[in-house]
Structures are given as structure tokens and as C-alpha cells.
Design a protein around this ligand. Structure first.
Ligand SMILES: NC(=O)c1ccc[n+]([C@@H]2O[C@H](COP(=O)([O-])OP(=O)(O)OC[C@H]3O[C@@H](n4cnc5c(N)ncnc54)[C@H](OP(=O)(O)O)[C@@H]3O)[C@@H](O)[C@H]2O)c1
Length: 310
């Protein structure tokens, strides 16, 4: 693993992948590097204009890349169902799902289905997507992987299982941290269920450290706070690593041989560096919290998870 970089990605020919939020930042780089190694990659993006532009850019950077844009809005469960249906019809077997898309520290808002936005997009949308794509992932088993992108900011807060949608109190950074804890608890519980079901699918997680992407300016742009947006942009440009470096832990979890179920990868120094196994807060390994979050997520999304249901 020391010094692992994109050139170490094994040949991906014959493998199919879905990357959410693939038009920008970590997701774009992950999709591009998977395609460069021969994977057939679906770019799952909420904006048709940005999704199509990403396909054009990617094909210019990787001539002959097998990539396709399919619309997916994780803030709308109808869109998640449509995406899974379209994807299943075109690709009956799926080798890799990268649950990457995310929003950070937005002002309070709700998804189309009424969930708090950060919990709804970062966790519930991906929970529903994974369950709906499970038949295709099982068709590629053994060897299929599900990689969910969390954050070092998961350390900001253990999940509040009695107030998952911030009905009682909303603090935007704590809500972001909790949504990223949810990504790790989901991976933990998913890995346990896959193992119990005797599946060879590996569920793992990653975080990019601090990488220069659109994530840091999203909230201030949404609020029309231009000085803050500029400050966040400058901060990221000066201190952060590139999106290409930030994508390496995700690409490692997605492709490196020997990745273990429930492993969590991040940059060596925490915020930058080559991918290594990452520290994680102990609450992200709590079986009871994982089970309770799973049960609540099934109830919220009405996605039952077939053979992984208990
Ligand atoms: N960059 C960092 O320093 C950092 C640190 C820790 C964790 N992360 C995590 O890394 C992941 C990728 O973020 P990034 O840094 O690459 O940021 P980014 O450049 O803002 O990319 C985020 C992607 O998610 C998409 N997205 C947002 N809401 C969506 C929705 N409702 N449905 C579908 N897609 C949606 C965005 O689409 P639009 O372009 O349409 O907005 C964009 O493609 C996130 O999970 C984030 O929490 C990043």
C-alpha cells in the first residue's frame, strides 16, 4: 500500500461500475480513473447538463472511455427508483457501486420525501440506491464491491437515533458529521449482513481528507454568501490536496486486492497523503446503532433489501 496511486489500479476491463456525483470532484476523478483502466462506468448525476458535460470532458481525457450519464437525484426517492430500473435494464450485473455524492453543511432543508437534506442525500439516498441495485451486485458476486464515501468529519458527532431528521434541533455541521457517521454505520451493518448471507460482496468505506472540490463552496453559494464562498474556495486552493489525490482512498477501496469488509481508507496524514487504513470513531462500529439505523432507513425509504433482510 505505501505510495499507492492511480497507476496501481488493476485492469478493470469487463467490469461495470456506478459512481454517484460523478460530474465533479472526487466522483469525477474516480469515474475517470476506473474508465481509464477499462471499466464501463455509469455517471450518476443529478443535473443533466453537468452529467453530459462530464461525459464529454471524460471522453476527451480518456479517448475511447466506456462511460454513460444516467440521471440520479438522491434527494428524491422516485429518481433513485428510476435510476435503478434504468441501470438494471442496461446492466444486469454490476461489479462496483461507489456511493460518493454528497452535500455539506447546508442550511436546513428537506428532500422531496421530507427528510433533512444532508441525512437524506448523503445517507438515505445511498441506502435506497444500494438496496435497489443489490440484485445486479449479487449477479456479479463474488468480486463485487460497494464503496461509500464518508469523511473525517464523522468525528463531529455520533448519530442521534431519536432525531435522525433533525426535527428537534438542526446544527448544520453536526448534521453533516452525523450523515457521515451514518455512511460508516451503514457500511458496518451492510458488511455484517453480506457476511451472514454468505455473500462475497465487499462493503468498504473511504474518505478524501481535505480535497479541493466544489463541496466547500456549496453551502455559501446556496445562501448567496459570496465573500464566504470565496474564502472557502481560497482555503481549499491553498491548503487542500487535489481532487485526484483525494480520490485515491476511494479508488483503493474500490479496486485494490485484499480490501477487507468494513475497512475504512483515508489519506496517510488524515487530510492529505497516500491511502492507508484510517482511524474511525468507535461509535461507527457499534452493532446496535448499525441495526437501528438500518431498520429506520428501511422504514424511511421502503427499500427492503431482499436476501439481506433479517
Ligand atoms: N472534498 C473534501 O475535502 C471532502 C472531505 C471529506 C469528505 N468528502 C466527501 O466526498 C464526497 C464527494 O464530494 P466532493 O468533495 O467531490 O464534492 P463535490 O465536488 O461538490 O461533488 C459532490 C457531488 O455530489 C453531487 N450531489 C449533490 N447532491 C446530490 C443529489 N441530491 N443527487 C445526486 N448527486 C448529488 C454533486 O452534484 P452537483 O454538481 O449537481 O452539485 C457532485 O457531483 C462527498 O460525499 C463528501 O462528503 C469530501
Amino acid at each position: 500500500m505505501p505510495g499507492w496511486n492511480a497507476e496501481n489500479i488493476p485492469d478493470q476491463s469487463g467490469r461495470t461500475a456506478v459512481v454517484t456525483g460523478a460530474n465533479s470532484g472526487i466522483g469525477y476523478v474516480a469515474a475517470r480513473e476506473l474508465a481509464r483502466r477499462g471499466a464501463d462506468v455509469v455517471l450518476a448525476c443529478r443535473s443533466a447538463a453537468r452529467g453530459r458535460a462530464a461525459v464529454v470532458r471524460l471522453r476527451a481525457e480518456v479517448p475511447g472511455a466506456e462511460v454513460e450519464f444516467v440521471p440520479l437525484d438522491l434527494a428524491d426517492l422516485d429518481s433513485v427508483r428510476e435510476f435503478a430500473k434504468a441501470c438494471g435494464q442496461r446492466r444486469p450485473s454490476l461489479d462496483l457501486l461507489v456511493n460518493n455524492a454528497g452535500v455539506m453543511a447546508l442550511p436546513f432543508g428537506r428532500t422531496a420525501d421530507g427528510f433533512e437534506t444532508q441525512f437524506g442525500v448523503n445517507h438515505l439516498g445511498h441506502f435506497a440506491l444500494t438496496g435497489l441495485l443489490l440484485p445486479q451486485l449479487l449477479a456479479a458476486d463474488p468480486g463485487a464491491r460497494i464503496v461509500t464515501v464518508s469523511s473525517g468529519f464523522h468525528a463531529l458527532g455520533d448519530i442521534d437515533l431519536d432525531d435522525l431528521n433533525s426535527e428537534h434541533r438542526y446544527r448544520r455541521w453536526i448534521a453533516y458529521g452525523r450523515s457521515k457517521t451514518a455512511n460508516l454505520l451503514f457500511t458496518h451493518e451492510l458488511a455484517r449482513r453480506l457476511e451472514t448471507a454468505g455473500s462475497g460482496i465487499v462493503a468498504a468505506a473511504a474518505h478524501p481528507g481535505y480535497a479541493s472540490t466544489n463541496l466547500h463552496v456549496g453551502a455559501s453559494r446556496q445562501e448567496g454568501h459570496r465573500p464566504m464562498s470565496r474564502l472557502m474556495g481560497v482555503g481549499a486552493a491553498v491548503l487542500a490536496q487535489s481532487a485526484a489525490s483525494g480520490a485515491l482512498p476511494t479508488l483503493y477501496a474500490a479496486t485494490a486486492p485484499g480490501v477487507q469488509p468494513d475497512a475504512f481508507y483515508g489519506p496517510r496524514l488524515g487530510w492529505r497523503g497516500a491511502p492507508v487504513r484510517s482511524w474511525r470513531a468507535k461509535w461507527t462500529l457499534d452493532d446496535t446503532s448499525g441495526e437501528r439505523l438500518w431498520a429506520a432507513s428501511e422504514k424511511f425509504t421502503s427499500v427492503p433489501y431482499g436476501s439481506l433482510a433479517r
